[in-house]
Design a protein around this ligand. Structure first.
Ligand code: PAF
Length: 279
């Protein structure tokens, strides 16, 4: 695996690959790689001639300084994981490299960013779109792979490539879970062992709520979820919302379009998110 640190070098490599008619699959990450990321790399390897992964902890998408300071950095382990996954190229730029020009980009995603994570974390999606649009410009992928745990991020990035007219296919990939159901996330590494034992409750409560979907209204499902979390003193439910799977706007009645529940929960000072499909 080649490791590249500069925009100049990665741009030259991807220009050359394009001239040779090779397809590029791209997996952007913030490191602390896990099985979820490996599944994205494997999918990219199946569908493209060359797979590029990036590791860059993007400060401007953290709206909470402590969250940024706590974010796990494990570059040596990440390199080993990527080598074992047969990733072709790893791009690890520095802050100075990515933000050689100040981040003045201002995106507007309308209602898509006014709900859920966008509502709770002001500026977060502008920060994500800024870094992803820059990485896309340098890497010029044919396809880019994102996990569906960050479902709203996928919707925002699809909208961003449309707005910027970038010929890149955004491929959402299924959530990978631990055996006990916990959605795999780099943030899980920050949980104490007691908190880690409790964390699968998030998925199990959502599953329980989904079993009852045909007998309860969405408002009753929301009350059920909220009352279940009130019983667990270690967990603090930040929000649980049931939305249309495309517009991400809250809905109250069953409909033709898909329906997804979004949740954010605090446990042991760590913010965990997950989703549950209802229809
Ligand atoms: O999902 C992530 O890890 C990040 O938001 C991304 C897409 C790498 C942008 O920093």
């Amino acid at each position: 695996m080649k490791i590249i640190n500069t925009i100049e070098e990665i741009s030259q490599i991807t220009d050359r690959l394009k001239q040779e008619g090779k397809t590029i699959g791209f997996v952007p990450t913030m490191g602390a790689l896990h099985k979820g990321h490996i599944s994205l790399i494997s999918r990219s390897k199946e569908e493209n001639d060359v797979t590029i992964c990036s590791i860059f902890v993007n400060p401007i998408q953290f709206n909470n300084k402590e969250d940024l300071e706590k974010y796990p950095i494990r570059t040596d382990e990440d390199i080993l994981i990527l080598e074992e996954s047969n990733c072709d190229i790893l791009f690890i730029p520095s802050q100075e490299e990515v933000y050689f020009e100040p981040a003045t980009e201002r995106f507007s995603f309308g209602k898509l960013e006014e709900v859920l994570e966008g509502k709770q974390r002001p500026g977060h999606f502008n920060g994500v779109a800024t870094v992803v649009s820059r990485l896309f410009k340098w890497i010029k992928p044919n396809k880019a792979y994102f996990g569906e745990k960050d479902y709203q991020q996928v919707a925002i990035i699809k909208d961003m490539v449309k707005q910027l007219d970038m010929p890149i296919e955004i491929i959402p990939c299924p959530i990978i879970r631990e055996e006990d159901g916990l959605a795999i996330s780099s943030r899980n590494l920050l949980l104490s062992s007691d908190a880690r034992k409790l964390a699968p409750k998030i998925h199990s409560i959502l599953i329980k709520s989904a079993y009852q979907k045909d007998n309860l209204t969405f408002s009753q499902i929301k009350s059920f979820v909220s009352s279940e979390f009130k019983l667990i003193k270690e967990m603090d439910l930040e929000y649980f919302e049931i939305v249309d799977d495309e517009t991400l706007q809250p809905i109250t009645k069953k409909q033709e379009n898909g329906v997804v529940g979004f949740i954010a929960v605090w446990l042991d000072g760590v913010r965990l998110i997950d989703i549950q499909r209802y229809y």
